[in-house]
Design a protein around this ligand. Structure first.
Ligand SMILES: [Zn+2]
Length: 179
C-alpha cells in the first residue's frame, strides 16, 4: 500500500489568478503510515518512490536534477482543478533503484501545461496530464483509468494542444492563438 503526501509551493491559478501556497496530493514521495499526509516544500529532503505514474518525456535525464510535473491541484479560491506544478528535485544519492531516490526539493512552481516551450527541460509528467493529449476527442478527462496512454503515438504537442482546448472550454475569455 502506498500513502499520499503533499508537495506545496506558491502557485498561481490560471483562471482567477489567485496566488497562494497550494498543495498537490501525490504518491511520488515515499511515505508510510506515520508520514502519510505530510507536507513537503522547497528545501525538504524526500525519497522519490518510483515514477510509475509518470511519463518520461526527455531523452536526457538532467542528472542530478529531475524535473517532474505533478498534479493535479485545485485553486483554493475558485476551485479550478486539473492544474499542474513543476517540481525540481536534486538527487542526493545514486541508488540505481527507480523506487528509492533520495532527493531535495529545489523548487515548486506553476506549470503552464498549454505552452509547448514549458515542457523543455521537463523529465517526467503525470500520466493524468498526458491524457489531455486525447482532449477534446475524449473530453471526460476524469474517466480515463482504463485508457492508459500509449506514449509512442503521443507527443508533447498533443498534450499541450489538448490542454489548451480544455482551458478554452472552461475559461472562454482565455481564447488565444490556437495555432
Ligand atoms: Zn482560481
Amino acid at each position: 500500500m502506498s500513502y499520499a503526501t503533499y508537495i506545496c509551493g506558491t502557485l498561481r491559478c490560471l483562471r482567477c489568478g489567485h496566488v497562494a501556497e497550494e498543495c498537490v496530493q501525490t504518491k511520488l514521495i515515499r511515505a508510510d503510515v506515520n508520514s502519510a499526509g505530510r507536507e513537503y516544500r522547497q528545501g525538504n529532503s524526500v525519497v522519490i518512490d518510483g515514477l510509475g505514474d509518470y511519463l518520461g518525456i526527455s531523452q536526457l535525464i538532467h542528472n542530478p536534477m529531475l524535473n517532474v510535473v505533478i498534479g493535479d491541484w485545485d485553486c483554493s479560491s475558485c476551485g479550478l482543478n486539473y492544474q499542474w506544478a513543476k517540481v525540481c528535485f536534486q538527487l542526493t544519492e545514486i541508488t540505481h533503484r527507480s523506487d528509492f531516490m533520495p532527493a531535495t526539493i529545489l523548487s515548486v512552481e506553476s506549470f503552464a501545461a498549454d505552452q509547448i516551450a514549458d515542457y523543455v527541460g521537463v523529465d517526467y509528467i503525470q500520466d493524468l496530464l498526458a491524457e489531455f493529449a486525447r482532449y477534446p476527442a475524449l473530453n471526460r478527462v476524469n474517466a480515463l483509468p482504463e485508457l492508459r496512454l500509449q506514449m509512442p503515438q503521443t507527443t508533447i504537442e498533443q498534450v499541450a494542444n489538448g490542454y489548451r482546448h480544455w482551458i478554452n472550454d472552461i475559461i472562454p475569455s482565455s481564447i488565444t492563438d490556437m495555432a
